[in-house]
Design a protein. Structure first.
Length: 124
């Protein structure tokens, strides 16, 4: 079994990364130790200190699928999401707008504000 890192190197990596847990720190360690970025990330992961970067959308929001938005809409309408599964084919922006509007009505109705209620006029 070959040893890629000495105990001192591992401790140095951990100390530096814990102080500043960023991709830049990983790249600095990679250059200092003449190892690949993947090797550094792998070692930090095995040591239990590596923090995976969280993906954000272009607008800085947490990613959400259309299916999740449709499920949230169904929840507000108190219906099974299967009933409106076809909405998943709609543009995400439109689904978000619909969700936000329904949420606004639901929230304002719960607050007892006049003029905010969803009235169902039909059959299921």
């Amino acid at each position: 079994m070959s040893v890629n890192y000495t105990e001192e190197q591992v401790q140095y990596m951990i100390d530096l990364y814990v102080a500043t847990p960023t991709r830049d720190t990983v790249e600095i360690l990679s250059k200092e130790m003449n190892k690949s970025v993947k090797s550094i990330i792998g070692k930090l992961s095995r040591e239990g200190v590596y923090l995976k970067t969280v993906y954000k959308t272009k607008t800085g929001e947490d990613p959400i699928t259309k299916k999740e938005i449709v499920a949230d809409i169904a929840s507000i309408l108190d219906i099974p999401s299967e009933w409106i599964a076809g909405l998943e084919k709609s543009p995400k922006k439109d689904l978000k707008n619909l969700y936000n509007r329904l949420y606004e009505f639901e929230y304002n109705a719960e607050e007892g504000l006049d003029g905010y209620q969803i009235v169902y006029k039909g059959e299921y």
